[in-house]
Write a protein that binds this ligand. Structure first.
Ligand code: ZN
Length: 340
């Protein structure tokens, strides 16, 4: 079935005080996600350069009592109960996993990524991610008994603009039967598409994206990387799709290492654009759902005006749940391709 990237241009006219109140106009565009119909807006003419935020005080001020720094971790972080994980904590490379004191579900943990308290986005070597992903998989493998009902979720909120109270890089990793509205909506729409077309939406979607090439970043060995037609971020979302895979358990170590290497390159790119904060989330289905393909989504975050702590989540986004992009996904993909 043809995948339709629906968009509609809008023009707003006004008398401009910066040109003697001459008639002026500004354009924006409404877009709809081809699968779910989720809408979002694009004001690509803005071409916002992320305003620099001075993080030095936050980084320095949080070092002393950081529970995730190596000298504090064993005394300040909880341990798993023996019946669950007899070692108390799980370690792989520099990654350490322990229970989350503010759990999201019955099995809810944090994964510290590295020993360093702070890393700019340009300094995340691939092995930090591959070790952390493998460690998260080990944890999820131990706490999930029914892979057909339970989602293994791994997310990353990096720095306060992305909703993290800790500077020290760490993932949230948890098992749940209720994966949240975004995944649930995508799964329901994927199921409908599969029933109606006898094939996975994601297969047709990737073919359409590869054919136009407008938002394509790279076809890697086990994943395809692109920018999202309707991003959540005010900049642009980068997504990876893993064909024919449903969950993190389906990924080989080779696929995790490839993902880690792509993350290293993409975060470097984002860091060089002045981005310092992001959300990242694995979007899995559950076992036995060939209609859904595993995804990884990166949403850059920022303060629109750091000097007054202005976030990029006004009513439009937070309450109407309508994203507003100021970076064109097509231009961004082109720029990332050139940087590779
Ligand atoms: Zn620390």
């Amino acid at each position: 079935m043809t995948i339709f990237f629906k968009k509609q241009d809008k023009v707003c006219r006004f008398l401009n005080p910066f040109s003697g109140f001459e008639p002026s106009e500004a354009k924006c565009q409404v877009r709809w996600d081809p699968l779910t119909g989720r809408s979002g807006r694009l004001a690509h003419f803005v071409g916002l350069k992320p305003p620099a935020a001075d993080l030095s005080q936050i980084i320095e001020g949080s070092k002393n009592n950081c529970p995730f720094c190596p000298e504090n971790l064993s005394a300040m972080t909880p341990k798993f109960i023996k019946e669950e994980i007899s070692e108390g904590r799980l370690e792989k490379g520099e990654s350490v996993i322990f229970p989350n004191l503010m759990p999201y579900d019955a099995h809810s943990a944090l994964a510290v990524l590295c020993q360093k308290h702070y890393r700019p986005l340009t300094d995340f070597p691939p092995q930090i991610f591959s070790n952390a992903f493998a460690n998260c998989l080990d944890y999820l493998e131990r706490v999930i008994s029914d892979k057909a009902r339970t989602f293994g979720l791994v997310t990353w909120n990096y720095l306060p603009a992305a909703g993290s109270s800790q500077v020290h890089p760490h993932f949230q990793v948890y098992a749940t039967e209720t994966p949240g509205n975004f995944i649930s909506t995508q799964m329901a729409a994927s199921q409908t598409y599969y029933r109606e077309n006898s094939r996975a939406y994601w297969d047709d979607y990737l073919n359409a994206e590869i054919q136009t090439g407008e938002r394509l970043i790279k076809e890697a060995g086990s994943s395809v990387w692109l920018t999202d037609f309707v991003s959540l971020s005010v900049l642009t979302d980068i997504i990876a799709i893993f064909p024919y895979k449903q969950t993190l358990f389906d990924l080989s170590m080779e696929a995790l290492e490839e993902t880690a290497s792509m993350l290293n390159s993409l975060l470097s790119y984002l860091g060089k654009q002045g981005i310092y904060s992001l959300n990242m989330a694995w979007m899995p289905a559950v076992e036995g759902r060939p209609d859904c393909w595993l995804q990884l989504r990166i949403s850059p975050r920022l303060y629109l005006a750091p000097h007054v702590w202005c976030t990029e989540t006004p009513s439009l986004f937070y309450q109407y749940q309508e994203s507003f992009m100021v970076w064109s996904p097509e231009d961004t993909a082109k720029d990332i391709r050139a940087s590779f």
